[in-house]
Design a protein around this ligand. Sequence first.
Ligand SMILES: [Mg+2]
Length: 499
Amino acid sequence: MDDFLTRSQTPKIPRERRVFCNRNLKMSQIAWVGFDMDYTLAIYDQGEMDDLSIRATVEKLVLRGYPEFIRDITPPKDFPVRGLIIDKRYGHIVKMDRYKFVHKGYHGLRELTKDEIKELYLHKKIRPATPRYHWIDTLYALSEVACYAALVTAMEERGFAIDYAKTFTDIRECIDEAHRDGTILNAVAADLPRYIHRDPNLAPTLHKLRSSGKKLFLLTNSRWSYSDKMMTYLLGGAMSEYPSWRNFFDVVICAAQKPAFFQDHRPLLMREGEMLRHATFPLERGKIYEGGNLADFERALAVPGDEVLYVGDHIYGDILRSKKDSAWRTAMIIQELEQETSAHDLCSQDYERLDELESKREHTEDELRFYQSRVKELTRMIEAKHAPPQAAAHPNAAPSTHSPTDLEAERVRIKRAIERLRGIIREVEAEVSTIDRRTNARFHPYFGPLLKEGTEQSSFGKQVEEYACVYTSRVSNFLSYSPQQYFRSPRDVMAHELG
Ligand SMILES: [Mg+2]
């Protein structure tokens, strides 16, 4: 399997800038490439955005009657990751593996013990879609988790009785309100260089795709005025061939309301100044469209769905929905991937050691089982020697030439060997957990890797694998590849094919 994992199509590209492939994708067969805007074309500074959202949320919570002291708490911005589940019944924040079992979690900011996790989550799977839980699947939502964890902890420390579900709902409503009333977007739009990383390779990447004959579209949920400002900042004046950012795109759709765009049948509107009217087909380059739906849009693109590649960052709204509702191919932008891959590289020696320890444990456990059954056998033999004659004459009993003293001596010897083996297993387990802690901390101080949980995929990692044809940390990573690139996935390997 190593061959498949290490074989790279383009070895010169550093791992954190590569495009990774889950399902074969021939770029030569892609006619249209569509882009989401926020967190896809526009790379937000996570720390600055969290600060802004946390400030806005806390102010609104105080207005709702939360105690003033919450203004002074500092929610740890490095606490949350995508893919977490909020258990609103208990005030817990947990991470699931691909089978929806929990191995790691916090109550507020206090790490849950193994027993607490076992009690609540190991006897049954979590059903994330039920009202008890809330799934964190966007980078926008990370600040909600930081606020929630810090608030639960701070209020409990001060003896407040907390309604865990209501507190989370309040935080959600406050942050939604801050988005709706412009508190957040106005602040971003007023100071784009502070909140947005302008990627100098973005324009050349789009240009390269266009030069190979592909058409591009923008499909964003953001409103027109915000999109125009953002796209001007990202692409305006970047290349002399493109006087405006709008020249890069053949179709521009704002206020698309994904995921409803993929499922409902809302009309496509066309902007004329400040007015909106029903769009007419065919769609025109240079016009601004709003709303719309997948069926009309696909007709307008006039190519089969599998010739469309959609690039987005939201696992549900962009990737999962477009995969389930259309034949579109998908590319997922995962900003965290740069950190994830460099942490992975730092861990290579530790992973080798973990493999060694795993086989040592397996081997020792085999030996242990052998000795344990030998002890049972000896015990039976010793009891038979001491038993009345009819018991010893059991038809299956092997005739023994050993004296009871020999047997007893052997039993003592083997029991010592068993103790020794148990000691080795304890040592192995201790070393494994030391290494696990060390490797997890390289990925993330609280939750370890984003895409893995222990040796399994995380629940988030599984969704990435299932719905994203390819994934990468930023759009401009495509610049290192040919616009006709054949992205090949590693061959799937099942358990029965290994070793
Ligand atoms: Mg987005």
